[in-house]
Design a binder for this molecule. Structure first.
Ligand code: C5P
Length: 224
């Protein structure tokens, strides 16, 4: 068979938002569309990798030729990622909710007539990227995270590289005026121990192709 740039390699990709339940009919979420993560999974598969895509709720078709795992919450995503490992590469492009509601209501919360709103008690979610980054046996040899920021982009990206033990951080400015969140285009900077690489504004599918090509240059196909 033809050897493709990532033949024999296993890649785990996370994508989309997570939904954190408040009660049976309500949830906390964010504006992630999953477009970038899904495009990465599709590009990696086209490059010959065996891809496991773990996605939160999105309005996108499942990419062709990937093993798809649909989840809702951050806790479910962490479990699915852990079960999908080991892998040669993991790319955490999901916009995981930082917090979840401490105790999910078993019944729909009702107005009590007093005019006083209920208060939501939030607790921090597990950080999937950091958990994998610090894991002795499950950590892939190439671990890539994203940093979606509205300010201090490079500083925050470099902090994440260290704190989460990622090898590369794909940093993007998601200020509303950029239109990146939910949009089709993305302007990213690749932050690694070697420095910072600025990429021009590109379609998310092209960002995915370039990222996969950079990965292939870094690790290549599996030795057979
Ligand atoms: O939310 P934050 O900007 O810290 O996310 C940076 C990176 O960490 C992203 O790659 C994201 O997928 C990952 N992350 C995660 N689990 C979380 C929060 C973030 O894997 N709970």
């Amino acid at each position: 068979a033809e050897t493709l740039p990532l033949s024999g390699r296993h890649m785990v990709v996370t994508s989309g938002p997570t939904h954190e339940p408040i009660d049976p009919v309500r949830y906390l979420a964010n504006r992630s569309s999953g477009k970038q993560g899904h495009a990465i999974a599709a590009a990696a598969s086209a490059a010959g990798a065996k891809v496991t895509l773990v996605s939160g709720p999105v309005n996108l078709p499942d990419p062709a030729d990937v093993t798809m795992i649909h989840v809702e919450t951050a806790a479910e995503m962490l479990l699915a990622v852990t079960e999908a490992l080991p892998a040669d590469v993991a790319i955490m492009s999901a916009a995981v909710a930082d917090w979840r509601v401490a105790s999910e209501g078993q019944q729909k919360i009702k107005k009590d007539g007093s005019g006083a709103p209920p208060s939501l008690n939030l607790v921090e979610n597990p950080d999937i990227l950091a958990t994998i980054g610090h894991h002795e046996s499950l950590r892939p040899s190439l671990l890539i995270g994203f940093a979606a920021e509205t300010q201090n982009l490079l500083e925050n990206a470099k902090g994440k590289l260290e704190r989460k033990r990622a090898d590369w951080i794909v940093a993007n400015d998601v200020s509303p005026e950029t239109g990146i969140m939910g949009g089709d285009r993305n302007t990213v900077r690749i932050v690694s121990a070697d420095g910072v690489e600025d990429w021009p504004a590109l379609d998310k599918t092209e960002v995915a192709r370039r990222l996969v090509s950079r990965i292939a240059t870094h690790i290549g196909p599996a030795k057979s």
